[in-house]
Design a binder for this molecule. Structure first.
Ligand code: SF4
Length: 379
């Protein structure tokens, strides 16, 4: 059987950069391939981060590009923007991710059995981009559970119970094994109409299994995978099976600072004042400077911290055709001083409300569900 490749996409954000460092330092025997899908519209800090990473890792971060771009001297974004006749990408029509991220990624993988490492942290509740191609398997080293949902669905599917139990039996004895039997026996439905109930049961089964030992759970899953066509099935052993680390937001910043790679400047909060009230803003993500996923306060950050880029973003809008980055509002309208004041005041209000809640990770809360939209760009 062909052994899998180990690949890691560098988005330019903090989490994927920290993941590259973490895996390189902890698992030097794995031969990681790093790649970056450039849109040509990133902030300078992203390119700096990649250069710093390359010198730390002692390896190139491969820049992936589609064939049709090779003969063009335009940036990838501008090339596709023209071919889509000025139709701006949006959450509903994300041609940018499809053309500039997924297409070159799938060509890079080229059908090879591949393990793709994803930097979703232990303090995040989301899954990230999972390829539909069966030759690509995602692994999440920062989480307590390193496996993707599709693997868990198989593990907890009653149809596979006999096989799964035999795998678990190799690593759990006595009461622990009885407990595993109970966990697997808890009824579960895969009826699409009960999707959220299914997810809850899977989560419960997963936590109960992990509580009996993370390496034991991982080894049982690994053994089960050997009966499947997953890329890891061809491996005799796998270095991450005994990994019990859980890395959260502070750990990511620590890794970047301590290795000298540095945290991209755009994450640093800047204080602003409006109507005698103080607020803080920063950019919460990597990706194109004009990304439509950003919040309005981030647009104001761009306007005030990088006015030249804000102006550049304005040039792409066509208000006659209603092609605007922000739904129902042009960047020209957004930069009106009264509108800026309104957005800042709203942001202060919302921040204060969130601060009174338990999580210290305000920026993550404010990123909210919007960030789920583009894990390929922001991790
Ligand atoms: S960062 Fe935003 S605009 Fe850029 S490719 Fe990703 S989703 Fe599209």
């Amino acid at each position: 059987m062909i052994r899998p490749r180990h690949i890691l996409g560098i988005s330019g954000g903090k989490d994927s950069a920290a993941l590259a460092i973490y895996l390189n330092d902890k698992y030097p025997t794995l031969n990681f391939e790093y790649y970056f899908c450039d849109t040509g519209k990133e902030l300078d800090e992203t390119y700096e981060l990649i250069t710093n990473l390359e010198s730390y890792l002692g390896k190139k971060v491969l820049k992936l590009e589609n064939e049709e771009l090779k003969s063009s001297n335009e940036s990838p974004f501008d090339f596709y923007y023209k071919s889509f006749r000025g139709y701006l990408p949006s959450a509903q029509a994300r041609w940018c991710t499809a053309m500039m991220k997924l297409k070159p990624f799938e060509k890079f993988v080229n059908g090879d059995p591949t393990i793709s490492y994803v930097g979703i942290r232990g303090d995040e509740e989301r899954e990230g981009y999972i390829s539909r191609q069966s030759n690509i398997q995602s692994i999440f080293p920062f989480r307590r559970n390193i496996w993707s949902n599709d693997v868990l669905t198989k593990i907890f599917n009653p149809n596979n119970q006999e096989q799964v139990l035999s795998s678990f039996h190799s690593y759990h004895k006595g009461r622990d094994f009885d407990r595993i039997v109970d966990v697997l026996n808890e009824p579960i439905t895969f009826d699409r109409n009960y999707k959220s109930e299914t997810e809850k049961v899977i989560k419960r089964k997963l936590n109960a299994s992990l509580d009996l030992g993370i390496p034991e759970f991982n080894r049982s899953v690994f053994e089960f995978l050997k009966t499947t066509a997953y890329p890891l099935a061809s491996e005799i052993d796998y270095e991450l099976l005994d990994n019990e680390d859980v890395l959260v937001r502070d750990d990511i910043f620590k890794i970047l600072r301590e290795t000298g790679i540095g945290v991209p400047k755009y994450y640093e909060k800047i204080t602003y004042e409006v109507d005698g009230q103080k607020g803080e803003y920063a950019r919460s993500r990597s990706g194109c400077f004009f990304c439509f996923f950003q919040q309005k306060i981030e647009w104001i950050w761009l306007l005030e911290q990088h006015p030249e880029l804000y102006k550049e973003a304005m040039k792409y809008e066509n208000t006659d055709e209603l092609f605007t980055w922000v739904e129902n509002e042009s960047l020209e309208e957004l930069m009106d001083p009264e509108r800026v004041r309104e957005i800042k005041l709203y942001h202060i209000q919302r921040s204060n409300k969130e601060k009174s809640k338990s999580s210290p990770y305000l920026l993550d809360i404010l990123e909210g569900t919007e960030r789920d939209g583009c894990n390929t760009c922001f991790l």
